[in-house]
Write a protein that binds this ligand. Structure first.
Ligand code: GUN
Length: 294
């Protein structure tokens, strides 16, 4: 029977630590850190994510602003806004919620963000620094997973870590971070994806499985080994008759895997709240390293 990697509990501890830090800053007559979120269109999941980010800012004592554009916004309008935010002395960090509508070149948008304000850690400069183990903003989800493994003192050294999914937001950075020379890290990493045949042959040999697939209940107990550590990044909205109209379901068949694993993250209450807390951590870091706040 697995023990729970309780992301909700750890995220609350982290937000408390950040709040204490902000109270110290503000009591010294300095302004609070300020995060701006850009939301384009009315995608339900994106709206929820962004609203949660604004709520988190309130909880830790940050200032926050939401900038909304219709889904018909042009690339140049968006680039103009990014330019303003890059130059603003009042803004420490900002994020452009993904995905973006088809007429917008996502790469162009990410490249336009000042790396010093890129609290998502998506800019190639920050991604490159991460890969080279230099200090930088780590993407929030991988950062959250590392922090969860760290707080529970999960031994990752020399372990075989299998990651499912190679997205730029989760799988790819996670594969780099688990292989870095640090704790958590020093794992032997296998990055699997949609063209990997017989994924179960990899996952059955894994000490640590990290799934970021978006395929509800994909990972079954017969695909993992006894005592494995299972981290579930998946959060798919599965429609049902509940009052909300959907339930959030992870990539891991929790009911069967929890009987076999040593440690497992729940959905909800695992990686999701950790991701949210790490965006706050990155924003505090952006504030502390800002050229405007010496
Ligand atoms: N869409 C899904 N996850 C994320 C995230 O972490 N940051 C941004 N900007 N968009 C996302």
């Amino acid at each position: 029977m697995a023990e729970i990697l309780d992301g909700l509990k750890v995220s609350k501890e982290i937000k408390k630590e950040i709040r204490a830090n902000v109270e110290k800053i503000v009591s010294g007559n300095r302004r609070a850190p300020h995060l701006v979120a850009i939301l384009v269109g009315k995608n339900g999941a994106s709206m929820t994510y962004v609203n949660n980010k604004i709520k988190d800012c309130e909880e830790v004592g940050f200032r926050s602003s939401l900038v909304e554009f219709p889904s018909t916004v042009s690339e140049s309008e968006l680039l103009e806004k990014i330019k303003d935010l890059n130059q603003s002395k009042e803004v420490d960090g900002f994020i452009v919620q993904l995905p973006l509508p088809k007429q917008i070149d996502q790469e162009k948008i990410i490249m336009a963000i000042d790396p010093r304000k890129d609290v998502d850690g998506f800019h190639p400069e920050n991604f490159g620094k991460m890969a080279l183990e230099m200090d930088t903003f780590l993407p929030a989800t991988p950062f959250g997973i590392l922090t969860l493994l760290e707080r529970y003192q999960i031994d990752t050294k020399g372990k075989h870590c299998v990651i499912i999914g190679r997205s730029r937001i989760v799988g790819k950075p996670m594969s780099i971070l688990m292989g870095r020379k640090d704790f958590p890290g020093n794992s032997t990493v296998t990055l699997t994806h949609s063209y990997t045949p017989h994924i179960e042959e990899f996952t059955r040999n894994a000490d640590i499985v990290i799934t970021a697939l978006g395929d509800p209940n994909f990972l079954k107990a017969n695909m993992i080994k006894d005592g494995a550590i299972i981290v579930d990044v998946g959060i798919t909205r599965v429609e049902d008759d509940s009052p909300k109209g959907y339930t959030l379901v992870g990539d891991v068949d929790f009911a069967s895997c929890k009987e076999k694993a040593a440690w497992i993250t729940p959905v909800p209450g695992g990686v999701g709240p950790m991701t949210r807390a790490m965006l706050m951590k990155n924003t505090l870091l952006a504030y502390k390293t800002s050229v405007y706040n010496d």
